[in-house]
Design a protein around this ligand. Structure first.
Ligand SMILES: Cc1ncc(COP(=O)(O)O)c(C=O)c1O
Length: 318
């Protein structure tokens, strides 16, 4: 297991990504205040150049990849946004990138990966099958496998979203962050607890793919089937590096079902005029679920991504 990233690593990551990614907006929406009975701020990671927070980690990772590994190229498995992040960063640094995606991957994300110059390989039904195939390609082609969760630099990179939140909104009391593999939530807790241990960080996962939640609860590895439409949250196995951080620091962990995420996608459109993908809308769904606990609090919702296909959006609006 690689070493756990530290708060210092996050500060270093911020310096690395600064020339490439300006801070994303943190907007206050009175209409969401009314809905939640709290002061609600949305961290707009859907405004990143790839439409999702993952690009922070991808750039930090590729920027510090040893020259010999850059020359060989990288391979990774993705349901979409992590792949886009690696593709985007690889193009920035002139590195070959192979992204293995499930057969039914979101066409919006696949097209974007190709547009960033990545080679996209379709393999298997889900993320777990893709990961297996990556290891084969790593062996056969000498590529550097990039785990979407167990890479300290990815965690330190994505954690910069929470650094921006606590700087812009030092009085924040609760932060909701979605959990797939757990890198974003691990980063969020790392920063929040280093700056002010009183900030509550709440992880949010799909009830249809609860491996991360079950692992956090049991404090040991648990797997679970994947039965959610939220691609960003569709992980069947936990990543133990972010889990170790979540075991230490995460205050609460909430499960939301697909219908609650559909409703949150609609609410973001209506109340904040912004496009969220289901995983990105999960924190709003969770906050609605915990509305009673939030009365009068200052709350930040990490809207982690907006890469939703027209079909998925139609499904949410129905
Ligand atoms: C939009 C979006 N939100 C949340 C997540 C979950 O992030 P993590 O795997 O860091 O837990 C992902 C993962 O790809 C994502 O794409």
């Amino acid at each position: 297991m690689p070493p756990l990233p530290t708060f210092q690593d996050v500060l270093f990551a911020r310096r690395t990504i600064a020339p490439y990614l300006p801070p994303t907006p943190l907007h206050h929406y009175p209409q969401l205040d009314a809905l939640l009975g709290a002061r609600v701020f949305v961290k707009h990671e859907n405004y990143q150049p790839i439409g999702a927070f993952k690009v922070r980690g991808g750039i930090h990772f590729l920027a510090h990849l040893p020259e010999e590994q850059r020359a060989r190229g990288v391979v990774t498995a993705s349901t979409g946004n992590h792949g886009q992040s690696i593709a985007y960063a690889a193009q920035l640094f002139g590195v070959r990138a192979v992204i293995v995606v499930p057969e039914g991957a979101n066409p919006v994300k696949v097209e974007a990966m190709r547009a960033y110059g990545a080679e996209v390989v379709f393999h298997g039904a889900d993320f777990e099958a893709c990961k297996e195939h990556c290891l084969t390609l790593e062996r056969e082609q000498g590529l550097r496998f990039v785990s979407s969760g167990d890479e300290p630099r990815l965690i330190a990179g994505v954690a910069t979203h929470t650094l921006e939140i606590v700087e812009a909104l030092p009085e924040v009391e609760v932060i909701y962050v979605p959990v797939g593999g757990g890198s974003g939530a691990a980063g969020a807790t790392l920063v929040a607890k280093s700056v002010n241990p009183a900030i509550r960080v709440v992880g949010v996962q799909a009830s249809g793919a609860p491996a991360g939640f079950l692992t956090w609860q049991a404090r040991e590895r648990r797997t679970a089937p994947i039965r959610t439409f939220a691609a960003g949250l569709a992980t069947g196995q936990p990543f133990m590096l972010p889990q170790q951080i979540l075991w230490q620091h995460l205050d609460d962990f909430v499960l939301v079902d697909d219908d609650a995420m559909r409703q949150a996608v609609r609410l973001y459109l209506e109340k904040a005029k912004t496009l969220a993908e289901p995983a990105g809308a999960a924190p709003l769904a969770a906050a609605l679920q915990q509305r009673e606990q939030l009365a009068g609090k200052t709350v930040a919702l990490i809207l982690s991504g907006g890469n939703i296909s027209p079909d998925e959006l139609r499904d949410c609006l129905r």
